[in-house]
Ligand binder design. Structure first.
Ligand SMILES: NC(=O)C1=CN([C@@H]2O[C@H](COP(=O)(O)OP(=O)(O)OC[C@H]3O[C@@H](n4cnc5c(N)ncnc54)[C@H](OP(=O)(O)O)[C@@H]3O)[C@@H](O)[C@H]2O)C=CC1
Ligand SMILES: O=C(O)C1=N[C@H](C(=O)O)C[C@H](O)C1
Length: 272
């Protein structure tokens, strides 16, 4: 470790993403694992973070004390649950550090809390931290703008593993927002999140969502632009959670010298 290495805290350290983050931080020059956090009462508290992530012992025990961990850290990388991420954003604001939020399924109230925390912390939040999906969103916006709503319907299909708890996925919603921007419409007013029974014909100009869950699928997303006699399909398939972890660590490093604020992955990748 060098003096200038960015000291990162991983919350939800024993989770699927927590373990991937510990591995990526261990391999990435310029960052160091400062603390690993699980919730009070978790069976993982006290366990070695490296052993949890399959790296062998790192000499760093998982704790349930984020306040102490954040005070002496440069950033926190957080893929947990909405309520927990809101609490962590408050602590990151107190500590004036970087908070990278990958957690999905957040409500408008949660988003307002992130906005408030970003007055003091540097927050980077995205429903998908991968380079591929950030590009897919840009392509979706371009395609939605180019293909008129009168002739081209937009549908977003996603599939994830059986343990996922929120739907549609954060990525599907991010792609829906990109399509809505391309069409200059409000996703909230024009989205169809569920279909069941006698639905009637498809309302023109809407953006539809369909959700599949099963097995160990890491994450698959397709944007269908369906016209009369032809379809354009833009797709992304994640096969390794390391893509999200690498994006999150790149976001933390990018945000290190930024002003307090709420940023997204296109900011990190210079696409805005
Ligand atoms: N933006 C992106 O690129 C990506 C986002 N995600 C999102 O990240 C989130 C996590 O996904 P995943 O890793 O699969 O989920 P997991 O359930 O495997 O992991 C979440 C971990 O967070 C822990 N946790 C929850 N609350 C707290 C808390 N207050 N303090 C400390 N630890 C806590 C959980 O503990 P316990 O089990 O005890 O509750 C669990 O160990 C989801 O919202 C998912 O959609 C996932 C992949 C990529
Ligand atoms: O829960 C997951 O696993 C994932 N969640 C994110 C989402 O909701 O889009 C990103 C990725 O697809 C994996």
């Amino acid at each position: 470790m060098s003096l200038s290495d960015m000291k990162l805290v991983v919350t939800g350290a024993a989770g699927r993403m927590g373990q991937a983050l510990i591995r990526v931080i261990h391999q990435t020059p310029g960052v160091v694992l400062h603390a690993a956090i699980e919730r009070p009462g978790s069976a993982f508290v006290g366990r070695d973070a490296g052993e949890l992530a399959g790296l062998g012992p790192l000499g760093l025990a998982v704790t349930d004390d984020p306040l102490t961990a954040f005070l002496d850290a440069d950033g926190v990388v957080d893929f947990t649950r909405p309520g927990s991420s809101v609490d962590f954003a408050g602590l990151a604001a107190q500590a004036r550090i970087v908070h990278v939020i990958g957690t999905t399924g957040c409500s408008q109230t949660d988003d307002a809390a992130f906005e408030a925390a970003s007055r003091h912390a540097r927050l980077v939040k995205s429903g998908n931290m991968s380079l591929g999906v950030t590009l897919l969103a840009a392509l979706t916006q371009t395609a939605a703008r180019a293909l008129p709503a009168r002739d081209w319907d937009i549908e977003i299909l996603e599939m994830h593993h059986r343990h996922k708890v929120d739907a549609p996925s954060g990525t599907a919603l991010l792609l829906g927002e990109a399509a809505a921007r391309g069409r200059a419409i409000s996703l909230k007013e024009q989205s169809v999140r569920v279909r069941d029974g006698h639905t009637g014909p498809r309302p023109e100009g809407t953006i539809g969502f369909a959700t599949l869950r099963g097995g160990s699928v890491v994450g698959e997303h397709s944007v269908y632009l369906a016209g009369e006699g032809e379809e354009v399909i833009l797709s992304h398939r994640a096969t390794d959670r390391a893509i999200f972890a690498r994006g999150a660590v790149a976001a933390a490093l990018w945000a290190r010298d930024k002003k307090p604020g709420l940023y997204t992955m296109p900011d990190v990748l210079g696409l805005n």
